[in-house]
Design a protein around this ligand. Structure first.
Ligand SMILES: Nc1ncnc2c1ncn2[C@@H]1O[C@H](COP(=O)(O)OP(=O)(O)OP(=O)(O)O)[C@@H](O)[C@H]1O
Length: 447
């Protein structure tokens, strides 16, 4: 890569790092991306990743791909489309082959009901989606319209929404199914206005049988898009065609969304998806590992599921990293290797339970006093001060209430604990060496 391209790419990567939701997601998904080539004619950024899993994840994840596109756009001020390839694929002539890499359908082939693991957090959303898909195909059955699925990042909203699309399409291929993100909807609308093709835009959206719009919350604040969507919605709804929407929050909580849209979104069925519990996380990991043809020991699956709790995308990311590591290093997958791979990304160390006994031991040893003296009634400074420090640390490092701390330090009153805490805090502000000493004690207690 010439120097200009390489500095351009580092600028884009810096942006990505700043804008990723968490350093975890940057390290997992974006860090290893490299710019291969820019096609100025087609306005394409060819980006490579080391392994197939990463390509599949990035290509199929609309919000991740959107973020890459946005960062490219922020830096270059040009509306390039990123295309993700594995390094092997990128070694063939890109221009000639490029069409093969463009997505043929807007539905991700993996987002089907069969691949969706049902647990407590998503069973209602799953049942509602399946019911909508089935009842929509049956002209005699009433179907909830629209179906509105909401929930936090990476919990399976897009997957369920597209599963409805696949189901309908596979049962009745004559049905026109359209999946778009609300951003694509907005961009197409803007383009159609600029090029005087508003009629074509309307025809496209108002002719579909099943309209799936992802992340509808992004149309809030955009008056023209809301207006256009309102008419599209009405037309489809009146002619009994199905609409499915997803969002990160329920309709009434989407700020700057017009009241008439809020009320329409709630006409049908509003369902939420929550974070998966441990059993569901384990089941999802098993199913993903199986589908990738990996045999992963149960203790490793449990280890990942216990440490990655935030969402399913992160869970998949963690699993992909572990699988990639074992593939690249041809090493066995064990709990130890999983811990090494995930160490920097997740706080995989088990939290130590801190109690007042440990605190007293460490403080007494450091101040060379007898541990029993800490609880005693003795008031000489050489004993009273370490006691106050121990109470300060107890308040900092445990969840115990003030009365409970008093009780554990020789049955003292809670006001004595507050006094000790305030005094030590003040002293630490004035005396840096004391502050360092107490911080070191706390570190020792936590280890
Ligand atoms: N219950 C599940 N079973 C199997 N895979 C799941 C499940 N839920 C989510 N996933 C997977 O987790 C990943 C993230 O899901 P998805 O993209 O649908 O989340 P989302 O809620 O739409 O996130 P965002 O709000 O960021 O768009 C996908 O790869 C999806 O296949």
């Amino acid at each position: 890569m010439d120097k200009d391209l390489s500095s351009l790419w580092s600028e884009i990567m810096n942006k990505l790092e700043q804008q990723s939701m968490a350093s975890v997601s940057f390290n997992t998904w974006y860090k290893d991306m490299k710019l291969k080539e820019i096609d100025e004619e087609e306005k394409i950024f060819y980006v490579t990743v080391p392994i197939e899993f990463m390509k599949t994840r990035l290509t199929n994840n609309s919000s991740q791909l959107r973020l890459v596109k946005k960062c490219i756009q922020d830096v270059t001020k040009v509306d390039y489309t990123p295309i993700i390839l594995t390094e092997d694929e990128s070694n063939v002539s890109l221009k000639k082959e490029s069409n093969n890499f463009l997505p043929k359908s807007r539905l991700n082939q993996k987002y089907i009901f069969e691949n969706f693991v049902v647990g407590k957090s998503n069973e209602f959303a799953h049942a509602a989606s399946l019911a909508v898909a089935e009842s929509y195909l049956n002209p005699h059955e009433a179907h909830s319209n629209p179906l509105f699925i909401y929930g936090g990042v990476g919990l399976g909203k897009t997957h369920l929404m597209q599963a409805i699309g696949h189901f309908v399409q596979s049962q009745d291929p004559s049905k026109k199914v359209l999946y778009v993100t609300s951003e694509q909807f907005t961009n197409e609308l803007i383009n159609s206005i600029q090029t005087n093709k508003n009629e074509a835009f309307r025809n496209k959206y108002r002719r579909v049988d099943l309209l799936l719009i992802d992340d509808i919350q992004f149309i809030a604040d955009k008056d023209r898009t809301q207006e256009e969507f309102f008419h599209t919605f009405n037309e489809l709804h009146e002619s009994n065609r199905q609409i499915v929407l997803t969002s990160d929050k329920p309709p009434k909580d989407i700020k700057a969304l017009e009241e008439r849209l809020i009320s329409r979104f709630a006409w049908g069925l509003v369902v939420d998806i929550g974070p998966p519990d441990l059993e569901t996380r384990i089941a999802i990991l098993r199913s993903k590992a199986e589908s990738e043809g990996f045999n992963i020991p149960n203790n490793v699956i449990n280890f990942i599921a216990e440490n990655v709790k935030s969402n399913i995308r992160e869970l998949e990311g963690a699993l992909s990293r572990v699988m990639a590591y074992s593939k690249l290093t041809t090493s066995e997958i064990s709990e130890q290797t999983a811990a090494i791979v995930l160490k920097d990304l997740y706080n995989t160390k088990k939290e130590k339970v801190i109690n007042t006994q440990i605190i007293k031991e460490v403080v007494a040893k450091s101040y060379k006093v007898n541990i029993d003296d800490i609880d005693s009634k003795k008031r000489t400074r050489s004993i009273a001060y370490p006691r106050q420090i121990a109470m300060y640390i107890a308040r900092e490092l445990t969840d115990l209430s003030l009365p409970k701390i008093g009780e554990e330090f020789g049955g003292r009153d809670h006001s004595t604990v507050i006094h000790a805490y305030n005094k030590v805090e003040r002293d630490m502000e004035e005396d840096t060496s004391l502050k360092i000493k107490i911080n070191n004690l706390m570190r020792e207690i936590k280890e």
